[in-house]
Write a protein that binds this ligand. Structure first.
Ligand code: GDP
Length: 482
């Protein structure tokens, strides 16, 4: 029915325009018709580096295309009510973007020695089509089967952290970064850099080699913050994952201690750094934002609280701050029928505390409560704007299974069992209960928290297991599949 309608429209257009323009118009008409009938959504899979975006997309595609049955995804209504006909990956519209390497990711997880796929080093996309029987609304009147197209976009988490720079001048950015450099856990690494910055004469004529030497030093520092402290606010993100910008001069800037932006002397070191910062915002961050971040309909924000808890109170607090900074750069709100055609807004947002399989099942809810407390303020503002927001603990791909062991008093203790990454050994582990809110430094337990990482674990018949991926699907997609 829809295709007939489109063919009629396009043949009348064809007769009036040359074939290129007609094709373009037909394509646009297709997209608008799909949007108008809620047949297309762009899902923002958002998360900082190593929050689990690659694993999430791989699991979502695998579970929907290969394991879409009631036993595996019981809370996904379209499956529970026997209305999902089939799901498959289909060719994407965005021809200039690389395709998400789903098969490659799955191969490494399903290997004889299961391993996690490599995290993303560039932007890529994947299109998924879900064919189903509608059970309500206009779609049921006009068609027996309908197809929901879902565009998933994956990108390095490091690039995401550049978005807050969009609203900062070089001076404001420097102030923010300087504050961070002087605070723990960063301060323990920054003495050498701060001494170099002290010695740099900002008003002196530009000295390229001195600037590039300090830029290299700053880059090494960002790499240490990422690797050793698992920090989130690491800017500029392309210094860590440059993509095709490796060696480009616009990456060679760093924060300096400026007192007054108006006093920038032309041709000086400061003028040069300011120019590079502006170029970075204009030529790298802005296009990334405009091309990929303005057109989302739904969003899942994956948060790895367990790694943050392992690192300590500063890192956990930084996660909260970074999420808040990020939210300012997405379009949220209720989207009317007409608005959705031209400028979609995110009307459903899921905060997902990922990797919950690193806890015993009885503590999953505590993880959700902790995340809820961290995003409470932001959540409130979003709900006020009519956005449906949910927080849950989930796991895209389980790396452990629940086991019960008896202690010396014969009491059953709920533990997890898996192959730990650091030691390479299979082990039974009793994970701590996560706190139900972000504790301050002086409330933090002396022994800290420790949540080891595990290799992915398959079922006996070589399948992936998940925790609440069906709830995630129902929340993010359920209403579009009615
Ligand atoms: P990305 O950088 O956001 O794409 O993160 P990845 O998907 O590459 O995940 C980073 C790491 O987190 C992986 O190598 C795993 O160690 C871990 N991980 C990701 N997803 C899960 C999950 O669902 N469960 C568990 N247990 N670990 C996960």
């Amino acid at each position: 029915m829809l295709d007939k309608l489109l063919n009629t429209v396009s043949s009348s257009i064809n007769s009036q325009l040359n074939s290129n323009s007609a094709k373009k118009l037909k394509h646009q008409a297709h997209q608008m018709l799909h949007r108008s009938l809620d047949q297309h959504i762009t899902l923002a899979v958002t998360g900082f580096s190593r929050s689990g975006k690659t694993a999430f997309i791989t699991a979502l595609v695998e579970q929907l295309t290969m394991r879409a049955d009631k036993e595996n995804l019981p809370f996904f209504d379209v499956i529970q009510s026997d209305r999902l006909i089939a799901a498959k990956t289909v060719p994407q519209d965005a021809l200039a973007l690389p395709t998400f390497p789903y098969k490659q990711a799955l191969t490494s997880i399903k290997d004889a020695q299961p391993n996690w796929p490599d995290s993303t080093q560039r932007i890529n996309t994947l299109r998924l089509a879900l064919k189903y029987q509608p059970n309500s609304g206009i779609r049921r009147q006009i068609t027996d089967t309908s197809t929901l197209i879902i565009d998933l976009i994956d990108y390095p988490g490091e690039w995401l952290m550049d978005l807050p720079m969009l609203s900062l001048s070089f001076e404001q950015w420097c102030k923010q970064q300087f504050e961070l450099l002087n605070q723990n856990p960063r301060a323990q690494y920054t003495n050498e850099l701060l001494a170099k910055l002290d010695a740099l004469n900002l008003d002196a004529p530009v000295n390229e080699s001195e600037l590039s030497q300090i830029a290299d030093m700053y880059k090494v520092l960002l790499q240490r913050f990422k690797k050793e402290s698992k920090l989130t606010i690491l800017q500029p993100g392309r210094m860590l994952i440059p993509g095709d910008l490796e060696g480009a001069p616009l990456l060679m800037f760093f924060p300096v201690n400026i007192n007054n932006e108006d006093e920038i002397v032309e041709g000086s070191n400061l003028a040069h750094l300011n120019k590079r910062y502006q170029a970075y915002i204009k030529e790298v961050v802005t296009p990334f934002y405009q091309n990929y971040f303005c057109r989302f309909d739904r969003q899942i924000i994956l948060v790895d609280l367990l790694t943050a808890l392992t690192q300590g109170s500063n890192v956990l607090a930084e996660q909260g701050r970074a999420i808040e900074q990020l939210l300012a750069h997405f379009n949220y709100g209720q989207s009317s029928f007409i608005k959705r055609l031209f400028s979609p807004k995110i009307d459903k947002l899921l905060f997902a505390a990922n990797k919950s399989d690193h806890l015993s099942t009885e503590h999953h809810k505590d993880l959700a409560i902790l995340l809820n407390s961290i995003v409470q303020q932001a959540q409130n503002a979003l709900k006020f704007d009519g956005v449906q927001v949910e927080t849950m603990a989930m796991s895209s791909i389980c790396a452990t299974k629940a086991v019960a062991v008896k202690d010396k008093n014969n009491k059953q203790i709920k533990c997890i069992y898996g192959k730990e990454i650091q030691s390479g050994q299979w082990m039974t582990y009793l994970p701590a209960q996560p706190p139900m809110r972000a504790l301050s430094q002086h409330e933090w337990p002396k022994e800290g928290f420790s949540f080891p990482e595990f290799y992915p674990q398959l079922t006996a018949d070589n399948n992936l297991r998940h925790v609440r991926l069906d709830h995630v699907c129902e929340f993010l997609l359920g209403d579009k599949l009615k």
